[in-house]
Design a protein around this ligand. Structure first.
Ligand SMILES: O=Nc1c(NC[C@H](O)[C@H](O)[C@H](O)CO)[nH]c(=O)[nH]c1=O
Length: 166
């Protein structure tokens, strides 16, 4: 049986010297809140200090690429550069093509952003066909919960920062 999710992390990484940003959309906020909490919980379990986890928000997932760029730039300008950033959004398919266009464009923009900001930009965009899929991936629906993907994103941010930092 294929094992979904991050699988076994090959080692515990020490996040105690890291400063990590989370920037999240405000659409589908119940699911977003669970994902953000999961990412924070996992990063703190790896030693990232509470004061070094900076949270910012944007209206929707479409604003994540531009918001992330400005967020990273501002933290750097204030002399408090980030080691990684986790944009988080939840897109749920509706009756139009809006979902497809935002999913595709935002995914490409976030991928390309890494070169521009020279930091790990973790892919925290849930693109779900149903609300049930989104609840399950945020660890909300115990019945079908796979696990809270936010925790994977937090672990990924720490690993990428420690392994590939400056
Ligand atoms: O439409 N559905 C969604 C959505 N639309 C808004 C969009 O991201 C943007 O904020 C506006 O178009 C204004 O630019 N944003 C989401 O995060 N999830 C959705 O499921």
């Amino acid at each position: 049986m294929a094992v979904k999710g991050l699988g076994k992390i090959d080692q515990q990484y020490d996040g105690s010297n890291l400063r990590i940003g989370i920037i999240h959309a405000r659409w589908n906020s119940v699911i977003i809140d669970a994902l953000v909490k999961g990412a924070i919980k996992r990063m703190q379990s790896l030693g990232v200090k509470e004061e070094n986890i900076i949270v910012e928000t944007v209206p929707g997932s479409y604003e994540l690429p531009w918001g992330t760029k400005r967020f990273v730039d501002r933290q750097k300008k204030e002399g408090k550069p980030l080691d990684a950033v986790i944009p988080i959004g939840v897109l749920i398919k509706g009756s139009t093509m809006h979902f497809e266009y935002i999913s595709e464009s935002t995914t490409h923009a976030l991928m390309n952003l890494q070169e521009k900001v020279n930091l790990p930009v973790i892919f925290g965009l849930l693109t779900c066909l149903t609300e049930e899929q989104a609840f399950a991936r945020a660890g909300i629906d115990e019945a079908k919960s796979m696990h809270n993907h936010g925790e994977d994103w937090g672990a990924c941010a720490v690993e990428m920062s420690v392994k590939f930092g400056p």
